[in-house]
Design a protein around this ligand. Structure first.
Ligand SMILES: [Fe+2]
Ligand SMILES: [Fe+2]
Length: 153
């Protein structure tokens, strides 16, 4: 079995790299919404392309996390993290549903400023939920991989 301290930087680096990639995709959508120019069908279409790319990426990201790996390993190292990991997993479907609803909203009907505003606010809300989710994951992994090494207080 690989020694615990040898695998730590690799696992943590991998988790952080995955979350950084997700952050970049989320920023692409945010900048699509942030442009102050008047809303047009072209802008809506470009934003939908970015939202679909984010949705695909997120689906893969969640699947990987649910298949096992660092979250499961964190529980194996520290069983008391079980409830925190279960709560994290339970958030995946609702986060995907939030994104689905946004895509449906923007895909349907016209490209009115009111709908654009609604979608923009909806995205900020989703982004806040997503950031809180990833922060909790990073904290669980750090706890699972470090506390048993005495690296945390
Ligand atoms: Fe997750
Ligand atoms: Fe994640």
């Amino acid at each position: 079995m690989a020694s615990i301290d040898r695998s730590d930087p690799v696992i943590l680096g991998h988790v952080l790299a995955e979350h950084h990639e997700l952050f970049c995709q989320m920023m692409a959508v945010r900048s699509a919404f942030a442009d102050k120019a008047a809303v047009s069908q072209g802008r809506v279409d470009a934003t939908l392309v970015a939202l679909h790319a984010l949705q695909e990426h997120l689906r893969c990201h969640f699947e990987k996390e649910e298949e096992g790996g660092f979250l499961e390993e964190s529980i194996a190292r520290m069983p008391r993290l079980g409830p925190a990991v279960a709560a994290i997993m339970k958030q995946h479907p609702s986060l995907l549903a939030e994104l689905d609803a946004l895509i449906k909203l923007l895909s349907a009907g016209d490209s009115s400023p009111a709908k654009w505003e609604q979608a923009s606010r909806g995205y900020e809300c989703f982004a806040a939920h997503m950031q809180a989710h990833e922060r909790t994951e990073n904290a669980v992994v750090q706890e699972g991989y470090n506390e048993d090494l005495g690296l945390l207080d």
